[in-house]
Ligand binder design. Structure first.
Ligand SMILES: NC(=O)c1ccc[n+]([C@@H]2O[C@H](COP(=O)([O-])OP(=O)(O)OC[C@H]3O[C@@H](n4cnc5c(N)ncnc54)[C@H](OP(=O)(O)O)[C@@H]3O)[C@@H](O)[C@H]2O)c1
Length: 208
């Protein structure tokens, strides 16, 4: 699959691009194509492009932008029309030493879907700390995918499964994206308050 990582020059984008590049053709998208090429140079098989070219060239796009920058999607609607878009964006703010979810209602993924009306938008990778993605072997983590149809979930799940040890779980329609995104500040606060290393999501059942 050809996967564009919009914001692939960043911490999270770079880490997910490296993992995805093991089984996919990766295009690093940056506002600055030179920065994209530089970042792609460090990832085997990857290439760099500006956001529009990366979006136009891919089968699937991963958005790894800060929440404050998701307006960049506005110009990409045509290039991403008919495509799957995975959002790892989490709106965060600091308050009294705690991290808080920054939106009163809705979610970043739903905002992205409004900016990209022709795309199938899904959450993915929101609850994976970058430190865990940088490990050579990623721990067993559940990736919560909220998206409007089962078909879009299956498409997103196929991308998630290209990274060993990651288990996709269907979290329901995109209206559930806020519940998924809200877990990120909880995980970050838990790690800080309990002085653990980075924490992520792994659900247990009666079967273990
Ligand atoms: N860090 C984590 O552990 C983690 C875990 C899960 C989810 N997330 C979420 O993933 C997203 C990316 O996080 P990150 O820590 O990787 O972000 P980051 O490194 O600060 O930024 C990612 C990239 O966004 C691009 N960008 C576009 N417009 C921007 C603007 N106005 N200001 C700053 N950067 C801009 C930049 O690429 P160009 O300038 O090259 O275009 C930058 O390299 C966030 O929404 C975050 O909440 C992060």
């Amino acid at each position: 699959m050809k996967v564009a990582v919009i914001g692939g020059t960043g911490k999270m984008g770079g880490a997910i691009a490296r993992k995805l590049s093991e089984k996919n053709e990766v295009i690093i998208g940056s506002r600055d194509p030179e920065r994209a090429k530089l970042a792609a140079g460090g990832i085997p098989g990857a290439r760099g492009a500006d956001y529009a070219a990366a979006a136009g060239d891919c089968d699937v796009a991963v958005f790894a932008l800060p929440y404050s920058a998701i307006g960049a999607a506005e110009g990409l609607g045509g290039a991403l029309s008919g495509k799957l878009v995975l959002s790892m964006v989490v709106p965060l703010r600091r308050e009294g030493g705690m991290l808080r979810y920054a939106l009163e209602r809705g979610s970043a993924a739903e905002e992205l879907a409004r900016l990209l009306p022709g795309s199938r938008v899904a959450t993915a990778f929101n609850n994976v700390p970058v430190a865990m993605l940088l490990e050579e072997e990623v721990a067993a983590i559940d990736i919560l995918v909220a998206t409007d149809t089962r078909e879009a979930y299956e498409e997103a799940a196929a991308v998630v499964r290209t990274i060993p040890n990651l288990r996709p779980l269907y979290a329901g329609p995109l209206s559930e994206a806020g519940a998924v995104e809200r877990m990120t500040p909880l995980l970050l606060n838990l790690a800080k308050l309990n002085e653990t290393k980075s924490l992520s999501t792994r659900f247990v059942s009666e079967e273990g």
